[in-house]
Design a binder for this molecule. Structure first.
Ligand SMILES: [Zn+2]
Length: 436
């Protein structure tokens, strides 16, 4: 079945870089996105494509709105949805005071499913169509998020947290049970529909050597699964890692030692790395998740995008809710701009969009399936409405270019500007509610 959507359409073909390379971006002021069986069939100017469409093709007229690829959130904790914006601690205290008590509730499968439903609908209402998600230590919390994503047709990566030291007893697994439960979940979910499994040690501090070894063994046994963990978020954490693994050259060296640094390994934060770490990460094909709202909120540090890019490390943008303070990728892009600005680095709108779409897809090794509107890719997209709020409507009137309009939407926009989200060409019911 063919469907055509008429609107302004913007997507990235490559990384526009800090100087906003125009060749990396494609824009149609009056464009047509043609979809067939949930995949992109064609993209082009309306005056060229409209006359060539078969007579019975339905054309959804979204003139005045802007279609961009669905946003990709490279690192988020669904179990922390309800502790977002919890006051005033640094990482290690914040985990103990807020995150662990919230995660303990996910032993209850019903609670897990009800949070998973709300969480995914919030993602969709904010234009996020794919995410890499931390569940909790409980296998039933992984079942819940995968089942909820499958019901919505979403492309989603998730995994069970592995954690067997320095954590509350009720949240602790062991090297053996963590390995066995992960294996069962991989067999159950990995590669089913659009779902993928991530082997998910919380971070090196909360796993014994035996557990990290078992995780590395899983990563080798299932090479097309992902590895998802935290790296070098907070200086106190980095110091504790050095004490726990005195033989290691660096924090990243610990993961590398246990065979957890490879293609499809995604590391949240990457704030306190040196040049040797970045070179190693690029060489092994690992990727960094840039979590600006979380890094500012927890006072962790500033992500050095330029050094990561110069070293050839793939980077995607991420909310890191609940350490992060917004589930909106628009808000996350605007905070990324500020983090970089403080370091004398620039982030033009086109590159911010890249980091939230094609760049993030590339960081997750999913750029052959999603991230832009190349023919054949899965048709996940967002319809942004510049008239969604009074402020954006006013600002849009004086925007002289698409770069200027997109920049204003990044800074002023929120879920009111997400008119609709489509998954494989289907309107998401989460965005179709009248009472938004
Ligand atoms: Zn996190």
């Amino acid at each position: 079945m063919q469907q055509a959507f008429r609107a302004s359409i913007l997507h990235c073909l490559a990384d526009p870089g800090p100087h906003a390379s125009e060749a990396a971006v494609e824009y149609f002021q009056d464009g047509i996105l043609l979809i067939e069986d949930g995949a992109v069939a064609q993209l082009g100017a309306a005056d060229e494509l409209l006359p060539a469409l078969p007579e019975n093709t339905a054309v959804e007229d979204l003139t005045g709105k802007l279609i961009v690829p669905g946003f990709v959130d490279c690192h988020v904790h669904y179990s922390q949805l309800d502790i977002i914006a919890s006051y005033g601690e640094q990482l290690l205290d914040w985990l103990n005071r807020y995150a662990y008590p919230a995660e303990a509730q996910f032993s209850d499968a019903q609670h897990a499913r009800s949070v998973a439903d709300v969480f995914l609908d919030e993602l969709l209402r904010n234009g996020t169509t794919t995410a890499m998600v931390f569940a909790t230590v409980f296998p039933q919390s992984v079942d819940a998020i995968f089942a909820a994503a499958e019901e919505r047709g979403m492309r989603l990566i998730a995994g069970k947290v592995l954690m067997d030291r320095l954590c509350p007893d009720e949240l602790s697994d062991s090297a053996e049970t963590g390995y066995a439960d992960s294996k069962t979940l991989i067999e159950r979910w990995h590669g089913k529909d659009r779902l993928g499994y991530a082997i998910t040690p919380r971070f090196a501090l909360t796993s014994t050597d035996e557990q990290l070894e078992a995780a590395g063994r899983l990563a080798s046994e299932y090479p097309d699964t992902w590895v998802h963990t935290h790296l070098a978020e907070n200086q106190e954490e980095v110091d504790q890692i050095a004490a726990q693994f005195p033989w290691s050259r660096s924090y990243l060296d610990v993961y590398d030692h246990f065979s957890l640094l490879r293609e499809r390994s995604v590391f949240a934060h990457c704030l306190h790395l040196d040049a040797a770490d970045r070179a190693l990460m690029a060489d092994k094909g690992g990727a960094g998740a840039f979590c600006p709202t979380s890094n500012l909120f927890l006072g962790s540090g500033l992500f050095d995008l330029q050094s990561m890019s110069d070293a050839g490390v793939k980077v995607g943008l991420a909310t890191d809710v609940g350490g992060g303070t917004s589930i909106s990728m628009l808000r996350t892009m605007s905070e990324a701009y500020k983090v970089l600005h403080l370091q004398g680095q620039s982030l033009p709108a086109s590159r911010a969009l890249y980091l939230a779409t094609l760049g993030a897809a590339s960081a997750l090794c999913l750029d052959d399936a999603i991230g832009n509107f190349e023919p054949g890719k899965e048709a996940d997209f967002v319809v942004l409405d510049p008239d969604g709020s009074t402020m954006t409507a006013r600002r849009a009137q004086s925007a002289a270019s698409i770069e200027e309009l997109m920049f204003a939407l990044i800074f002023l926009g929120d879920d009111r500007n997400v008119a609709a989200t489509y998954i494989q060409g289907q309107l998401s019911p989460a965005t179709a509610q009248a009472d938004r």
